[in-house]
Structures are given as C-alpha cells and as structure tokens.
Ligand binder design. Structure first.
Ligand code: NAP
Length: 300
C-alpha cells in the first residue's frame, strides 16, 4: 500500500510527488495520457520561474524526471473510480488494475472545452482539433482558423502561422484575454487575420471539415478552412470523484489553500480545484500544499 497515490501527472501531481518523496513517503503517480499534462501542448513556456524559455514537453519531462529521481513510482492508467474502506483508499482503473493508498491527491486538471456546435464531436480529428502542438503539422500550407481569445488561442495561432498558409483568429469579443505581447507578435505576422466580435455558428463538412460559418454584426458568412483549432478554455473532469469532493457550480472541486476535501485523506490540487488563477505556478503551488497536507495527515 502506498502512502500517497496521486491521480494526474501534470505539474500539480508531479510537484506533489516530489514533495511527498522528499518527506519520505511512498508515492505512486497515475496518469492516463501524457506526463506533464496540458503544458505539453504549449510550444513555448516563458513564465515559469527559472526558465527564460522552455517547450512544454521539455518542462513536462523535467517534472517527471525530478519526481522519479526522488523515487516516485508512475503508472499509465485511466482511473475510473476511487473507493474508501476504513482508512484504505482503492484507486480502480479502466484496465482492471487497482492500487491502494493511505491518502489520495486528485490532480486531474482540466480538459479542453468544445464550442458545442452540431457535428463538432464527429469532426474531432477530421478538421476539428484541440491541440496545435499535436496536430498543427497536419495542416501545413493549408488555411486554418483558431477559436478563442486567451493565451492558448494566441499561442496556437502563432505556432500555426509558422506552418499554415493562412491563420484566422476568431474571438467573440473585441479585446483579448491573453497577453498583449502575444497579440502584438501575431499582428506582425502577414498570414494572420483577426476576426473580432465574431462567433462561429456552424461547421461545414460531414466526414472532413471544409469550412466554418461565422457571424459578425448580425451577418453570417462561410469561411473555407480545413482546420479549426478550438482553444476556448477548459473544464474539469471530476465525475469519478463527485461523491467524495464538493463541486462548485462549474464543476471544480471546492478546497481551500491546504487542498483538503470533505473526505479525510483525500486532497485536490491544480487546475481541477476551484480557484481564480490557473497557471503552471499555481498548479505547482497546489501540488506542494496538497503533498504537505497529506504528509501531515499521515503523520498525525
Ligand atoms: P482562457 O484564458 O480561459 O480563455 C478562453 C478564451 O475562450 C476566452 O477568450 C473566452 O472568451 C473564449 N471562450 C470561452 N468560451 C467560448 C465559447 N463558447 N465560444 C467562443 N469563445 C469562447 O483559456 P486558455 O487560453 O486555455 O488559458 C487557460 C489558462 O492557462 C490561462 O490562465 C492562461 O493564461 C494559461 N495559459 C498559459 C500559457 C503559458 O504559456 N504559460 C499557455 C496557455 C495558457 P472571453 O474572453 O470572451 O471570455
């Protein structure tokens, strides 16, 4: 049985693993997809202390290497549920595997939000994408659109402008939520167009995206693109744990700075926690607080 099982191998989970190990606890990190989490989708990270500029995948690799160097064990599994019996917490995985721990830190992050358009789900992977780093190369020399006005959309548009013939950045308001420096960099690119105050109202194509319908000032028109990169924020996925943690109105886990949930021995850290600032640094901070709270709970 592990002292601490961490569900989610992003910056919050891997930081928690490092802190747990340094406190002498046995630690298992379970990740369903890619260690490093969402950050592995960022081509360039320039706001993580200590690094002038580093790719998201490299930063993810470094976080994993650090946790493993400290002795954390890792598993690639998708967790389906968490059950409690006396003091023992059992983490069940889709594969049928199960792991037991004295404490659990839920650090499952958040997943990309869709636009919610008819046909969107069916076109994922056939023109509709959520990750420019992963899929951008498939759209080399093609015309694409990016939806959103936050840092993810701005970074996606920048990255795509290096590969694609034309990138149209579509945002529902007239000002961006993301950093001004990124907006300025985009304005310097001759193959980037901005469509502000514009909504995407439809997708064209059944098996393969061939365009989108946009609405601006009450008028609709078609824009022919082969790729639509959706970067309109994230939503948490805490369904498997909803009986053990309190959720806010947007589905994020309610927990204070110490990351305690209403279930003794179960903690929550990172982007899946209800809070106002979701950054790499705040995810790492949560991982620290949750690991130390778990150690305190184990030592009590
Ligand atoms: P975000 O900052 O929440 O931005 C989401 C954007 O999508 C907003 O501009 C929002 O519009 C728009 N949007 C939301 N729902 C929409 C809908 N249904 N239709 C059309 N547009 C919609 O999300 P994010 O860009 O994914 O960033 C999340 C966090 O990660 C942020 O704190 C960001 O700074 C951080 N981040 C950091 C880096 C880095 O390099 N360090 C990279 C990426 C992201 P409104 O503005 O009108 O609400």
């Amino acid at each position: 049985m592990y002292d601490i099982i961490i569900i989610g191998g992003g910056p919050a989970g891997l930081t928690a693993a490092t802190y747990g190990r340094r406190a002498g606890k046995s630690v298992l990190v379970i990740e369903k997809n890619a260690f490093g989490g969402q950050i592995t989708w960022s081509p360039k990270v320039e706001n993580f202390p200590g690094f002038l500029s580093i790719s998201g995948t490299e930063l993810g690799d470094k976080l994993l290497e650090q946790a493993m160097e400290q002795g954390a064990e890792v598993e690639l599994e998708e967790v389906s549920s968490l059950s409690l019996e006396d003091e023992v917490k059992t983490v069940h995985c889709l594969s049928g595997a199960a792991f037991q721990g004295k404490t659990v830190i839920i650090a499952t992050g958040a997943r990309p939000k869709p636009l919610g358009l008819p046909g969107e789900e069916e076109l994922v992977g056939s023109g509709v994408c959520f990750c420019a780093v992963c899929d951008g190369a498939f759209y080399k020399d093609q015309d694409v659109a990016v939806a959103g006005g936050g840092n993810s959309a701005l970074q996606d548009a920048l990255l795509l402008s290096e590969k694609c013939r034309k990138v149209t950045l579509i945002h529902r308001r007239d000002s961006f939520r993301g950093e001004a420096r990124l907006v300025e960099a985009l304005r310097q690119r001759s193959n980037v167009d901005f469509m502000l105050d514009t909504r995407i109202t439809g997708l064209l194509g059944e098996e393969q995206l061939r365009g989108i319908v946009v609405e601006h000032g009450g008028e609709s028109r078609e824009l022919l693109v082969t790729g639509l990169f959706v970067a309109v924020g994230h939503e948490p996925d805490l369904g498997a744990f909803s009986a053990l943690v309190e959720l806010d109105s947007r589905g994020y886990a309610v927990a204070g700075e110490q990351c305690l949930t209403r279930t003794p021995g179960v903690f929550v850290a990172g982007d899946c926690r209800s809070k106002t600032v979701r950054q790499l640094t705040t995810a790492a901070a949560d991982g620290t607080a949750a690991a130390l709270a778990a150690c305190e709970w184990l030592d009590a």
